[in-house]
Design a protein around this ligand. Sequence first.
Ligand code: ZN
Length: 130
Amino acid sequence: MGKLDCGCDLLGGLTEICKNQHITSGFIQAIGAVQKACIGFYDQQTHEYHITTLNRPLEIVSLIGNISIKDGEPFVHAHITLADETEQAYGGHLAPGTIVFACEFILEIFEGESFIRSFDNETGLSLWNI
Ligand code: ZN
């Protein structure tokens, strides 16, 4: 378990922890709050992420993600649900640019061979090569 510092990038901070501790396979969950959020929706026709920026304080209702290897390095893939002061929820693929206000995370490390991501022609995504 751990926490991220106020002002750090949520996805970048989680990725840094995995890189520093050589974690290449695992499960992440987190709760807390962000100052600003960038969340993505993948367009299945154009194969592009549409990133929405929510430039206001939000609660992290739930973050779940996994850790595998992409381009030879630990890679965090996470999705997030956020809520505003009216309890309205927003969610999507966690993108860089989401800034932490406070964040408590739990990281579960898996033993054994790590999954490796490679480009998938059908979806345009980097998927596990299994
Ligand atoms: Zn995603």
